[in-house]
Design a protein around this ligand. Structure first.
Ligand code: FAD
Ligand code: DLZ
Ligand code: SF4
Length: 507
């Protein structure tokens, strides 16, 4: 039976379930570039270039193996602009006996697939996406009957399942987690390593020209474009991380420095998420290096936890809780996104740097996303839907299965505590401790109220005050609420006044 194998832009893995039993004599692989996928949120131009160029290269590697690939380009005059339209056209062209796909990374696309099951003239088979360590059934079983879905316990199960950093039933080093060793700020005037980036080949240059023409209105710089778009280059990016980033990853995972967007981070999330690298191979390599004592255990453990812990956990949670998860607004936050999210133009230097890095590189590291941008969105009461759409648009690694739980569950607490036991709210002191941003800011993290005070300071207390009904009974919020209650009336009034003035200025 001839099968049309429809591969999506984040499924660029040779071992993908939908390609596994492919018969090159009869089957055709379908790949389509469609405007709808670039515009359902206004994706960063570098993200569009990354995905389309990686798709074009992946199609070429399949062709070199003798596999027939029907590849529809964005500027094909007959392109209908949607997955549905292109699949229907391809079924008419090839008249296959069946269509095979791997389950998608977004609920929205799963809904489309369910429609296709009804409307296509041939059967559609949807295979599990087994590029992950835990299957969705395994996660659902783990979650069943638990009052709280805390990542740490799930992570331990994944350590046991994979044997990464395990000696028999016990964690190597005698502890599951070395996070307490992982919260250092960078020394003053620290020079981070120059990280390997990639130049655009002719395929990427063509895509850059196309994206410049088609998506002029999207925010973010299209050039310099320096992401890997092939598996060999993604492996080089991993080599670079191991050579230059890995040893200090644990120590400086939470640190931030102006003008140093990459520091010791791996920069591999886009490659993992579109399938150029697999989670298992990356962790296996780090596990081996740790066993050979070539890298520190705290760094290896911290890194592996991000991938087999957080990454797997957020995926399980997304599919367990969708579609309701996207609607959560537990703190009733309704403020529009300020314009500076799209331009980076604000006096608050931390936000200027982190949003600026994002617009420049389609990348910001975890603490920039969580403790600067996400923290601001939480404290300012920004509408979760608008914040979710922004995070989905601006990062090269953003797909809803990973973006939504991080934004709704970790940054905004809009899921009401499904993921985190308390909101990750912090004042300017945290940003001052973990970065050099405050040194270049018009505001002072030391001042609590008044025109020079860091807005994070009064917004933090105002946030607690505004949400006292919802949060003050949370056992982990006892201390901040005790401090709030202990404040004198004048200070509380000054906080409310400054927060009101500041929030009004965002409109
Ligand atoms: P490193 O710091 O080197 O970490 C190694 C790897 O661990 C990453 O490549 C990633 O695959 C994984 N990882 C680390 N933290 C997480 C996490 N919390 N959830 C899932 N995987 C994780 N990650 C995405 O891949 N896509 C997103 O759209 C995304 N949106 C986020 C939004 C917010 C508000 C927050 C707080 C985090 C978000 N993250 C997202 C998680 C994390 O910030 C990125 O995975 C990380 O910054 C990617 O850079 P890196 O590859 O250099 O990561
Ligand atoms: C993000 C994206 C973009 C910008 N363009 C395409 C595309 O043209 N063709 C494609 O197959 N995939 C694209 N993608 C990735 C899809 O949006 C992604 O596969 C779905 O969101 C499912 O995770
Ligand atoms: Fe950000 Fe406040 Fe520091 Fe300015 S003073 S950089 S606004 S934390």
């Amino acid at each position: 039976m001839s099968v049309l194998r429809f591969v999506l832009g984040d499924q660029l893995t040779r071992g993908l379930s939908a390609l596994r039993d492919l018969d090159p004599k009869r089957d055709v692989v379908l790949m389509v570039e469609v405007a709808d996928e670039a515009t359902y949120v206004p994706h960063h131009p570098q993200k569009i270039v990354f995905i389309l160029s990686a798709m074009r290269h992946f199609a070429e590697t399949l062709r070199k193996e003798g596999i027939a690939v029907d590849y529809v380009k964005l500027d094909d005059p007959k392109n209908t602009g949607s997955f549905s339209g292109e699949l229907q056209r391809a079924v008419k062209r090839h008249k296959p006996q069946g269509v095979a796909m791997t389950e998608p990374g977004e609920w929205r696309v799963l809904q489309m697939m369910q429609d296709w099951r009804e409307t296509l003239p041939v059967p559609l088979t949807i295979h599990d996406d087994d590029r992950f360590i835990a299957s969705l059934e395994e996660f659902a079983q783990w979650a069943q009957g638990r009052k709280q879905l805390r990542m740490e316990y799930f992570y331990r199960d994944m350590r046991k399942k994979t044997s990464f950093l395990m000696e028999g039933d016990d964690p190597i080093g005698g502890a599951w987690n070395f996070d307490s060793e992982n919260r250092k700020a960078l020394p003053r005037n620290h020079q981070p390593p120059k990280r390997k980036r990639f130049s655009a080949d002719t395929v990427t240059q063509d895509v850059i020209a196309l994206v410049k023409k088609r998506f002029k209105a999207h925010y973010g710089a299209v050039e310099p474009f320096s992401w890997a778009v092939t598996r060999p280059d993604a492996l080089k990016a991993l080599d670079d991380f191991i050579a230059q980033g890995m040893a200090s990853f644990g120590d400086y995972q939470d640190a931030m420095q102006a003008g140093a967007p990459f520091l010791y981070h791996s920069l591999i999330s886009p490659y993992l998420n579109v399938g150029l690298l697999t989670a298992h191979e990356v962790c296996a390599r780090v596990d081996r290096l740790a066993r050979e004592e070539k890298i520190p255990l705290n760094a290896a453990e911290g890194f592996i936890r991000q991938i087999i812990g957080w990454r797997e956990y957020v995926r399980g949670l997304y599919w367990l809780k969708m579609p309701d998860y996207a609607q959560g607004n537990a703190l009733g936050a309704e403020r529009d996104l300020p314009e500076f999210f799209w331009t980076g133009e604000t006096d608050m230097n931390c936000l200027r740097q982190c949003i600026g890095d994002t617009l420049q590189n389609a990348y910001a590291h975890h603490i920039q996303r969580l403790m600067v941008i996400g923290n601001f969105a939480l404290l300012a009461g920004l509408d979760p839907k608008a914040v979710q759409a922004w995070f989905l648009a601006v990062y090269a690694d953003a797909f809803e299965w990973v973006e939504l739980p991080n934004v709704a569950g970790m940054a905004l607490f809009s899921d009401g505590g499904v993921m985190a036991s308390k909101p990750y709210a912090a004042s300017g002191a945290y940003i001052d401790r973990m970065s050099d941003y405050c040194q270049g800011c018009v505001y002072s993290p030391k001042e609590k109220t008044g025109p020079k005070a860091c807005p994070f300071n009064y917004l933090y207390w105002d946030f607690l005050d505004r949400n006292a009904d919802r949060l003050s009974r949370n056992p982990r919020m006892g201390m901040p609420y005790k401090n709030l209650r202990g404040m004198d009336e004048a200070r509380r009034k000054a906080i409310a006044r400054d927060a009101k003035r500041f929030l009004a200025s965002l409109a």
